[in-house]
Design a protein. Sequence first.
Length: 270
Amino acid sequence: MIADITIGQYFPSNSVVHKMDARMKIILTFGLIVSIFLCKNIVSLLLVIIVSFALVLVSKIPMKTVLKSIKPLTIIIILTSVLNLFYGSGEPLVQLGKLKITQAGIETAVFMAIRIITLVVISSLLTYTTSPTELTDALERLLKPLKVFKIDVHSIAMTMTIALRFIPTLVEEIQKIMSAQKSRGADMESGGLIHRAKALIPVLIPLFVSSFRRANELAYAMECRCYRGGDGRTKMKVMKLAARDFIALAIVILFIALIVVLNILLKNII
């Protein structure tokens, strides 16, 4: 399960999505996330699913990689769906004491599961198609208005990007530690929930030690390169918005408008 965590990884390619301006990709990602939560019927939700998988194909990211990003969230998706089963109105199909499962509850559960999956797919595409450097620069540019309030925008952007970048590194570190502990006879897969939780202690302690060591090494490396923050620093690659970025923005705006129109037209039908 841990090996399936792919968030924070970057997959180089020459696709149209990779070539887009990182600032526009962040804006479009938020726009598509908004469209997911605007869906109120099956038709609009199907459109979001089609668009999500179309983006995967256009970005040339292997479908297997995208599906792997969903696997670690399986428990959350199932738990959310089960909880929504009991919040529907109407005639109960199954009665479990005070709890009841209705057709509306089943539809809500399926709706929520699909929403979470599409949300993960669209969010993952941002890191899959954008390098950490581009992501840092884009976040800094988008948060630039906050400098009026004396907020260190560069540090915030750098921190967020480093956190994303180190997720795959920490996942790899966890795998190494678990393999080392298993080779020493540690049992992490059998027993009840409490036993498994206790078995993770020999993994978490070395992980924290390794994380702090990596943080210190990174800090020393940045100091050795005379890193002093964003003030006065120039960019090796200057970001420029191209025609494809504005075309993509127009398409997403039209898509959101279409979702809203479908919600109004199909409100009394579905």
